[in-house]
Design a protein around this ligand. Sequence first.
Ligand SMILES: Nc1ncnc2c1ncn2[C@@H]1O[C@H](COP(=O)(O)OP(=O)(O)OP(=O)(O)O)[C@@H](O)[C@H]1O
Ligand SMILES: [Mg+2]
Length: 393
Amino acid sequence: MNVRKAISEALPSFAETILDQGSEISSKLDMLRFEKFPPNAQKSLRLFTLAEVADFVGVSQSYLKKLHLQGKGVEPTTVTASGRRYYTAEQMDELRALLDRQPHRKGSEKLQVIAVVNFKGGSGKTTTSAHLAQYLALSGYRVLAVDLDPQASLTALYGIQPELDEKPSFYETLRYDEKRRPITDIIQPTNFPNLDIVPANLELQEYEYETPLAMQRKDTTDGKLFYTRIGTALTDVDDRYDVVVVDCPPQLGYLTLTALTAATSVLITVHPQMLDIMSMSQFLLMLGDILKSIEGAGVSVSLDWFRYLITRYEPMDIPQQQMVGFMQSMFAQHMMRNHMVKSTAVSDAGLTKQTLYEVERSQFSPATYDRARESTDAVNAEVAELMRKAWGR
Ligand SMILES: Nc1ncnc2c1ncn2[C@@H]1O[C@H](COP(=O)(O)OP(=O)(O)OP(=O)(O)O)[C@@H](O)[C@H]1O
Ligand SMILES: [Mg+2]
């Protein structure tokens, strides 16, 4: 036997090694997550300042103070010695109801389904989806966040661990066999009032393999209907929500396509760097081709609006400014006016599985937090405006 072959037989193969290492990482991570976040532990939500409440309810601070003096408003949960008032998110809702300022859709206003896409990994899809869904919920809209990424980053943000908690994921609704369950079985509440989530898990990846098989099967119409799978699932809860925010996986597979065909609007997140923009142009070309062939099959994707959103923007970075200018010169009417700036407040919050709406301002230097919030709120308010326009308001 030659020596090299003898050595290679003695060592574990690459496949064996990565399987061992994968399962070691996975079990250690489970232990870590279990310690940090025991299954079924409820995430709580911080209190909101008078200024935040005024913004989210859409009235002035002085008006709220006046109501309070007249004994007509909602009693804040906490009033500090210096007179600062803090409200829970539920109290913000109570106040909105009292003032008859709920923004729920009415009559012919149709459910908005916003898909957040790009096949470039790390372009800010999950961060954008999470902040948008929470902002809209705090503004009084009834929101359903859908995690369509098998990596389940958005799900993890809510402390849901489908594997550990034995919670069903969206796969149970999308699957093609008789084990399929309605979306109402899958939806979970979150720590935000007005915000529910459809969790993801690794199993969702099966949808990518099962869809082409279902399409080949002659005995079923399921395959042909893959485009309408999310749209059909959502009809069961159409009257419960105003808007659905779908966080897509970083790939142009059946999951993303199914989201796009259910969407009434699309946000394409772009980090303004040459390589990211090159990758995005590939994404657009591939997507365009696929959508054309889907149209050939009789399913058309017609959107109320679509926009490019610049993410992790560094205004002082000249090459980034040039890239934004480059995009602006080509698709001005499809660019979001507001950009999401890069901020350590966003990435630090992410480390503890939180968003800017969850962390306390006092954890950061006020200027850092305020700058990040201003940029995020401006982006989200712009989306809310597009949504209201689509409703004809
Ligand atoms: N505005 C921001 N400022 C600072 N860091 C950010 C910002 N937006 C996103 N990040 C960080 O960039 C990383 C990638 O963001 P995110 O997970 O939202 O991207 P993604 O497109 O969802 O990634 P994937 O393609 O893997 O799903 C995260 O670590 C996140 O904390
Ligand atoms: Mg993501």
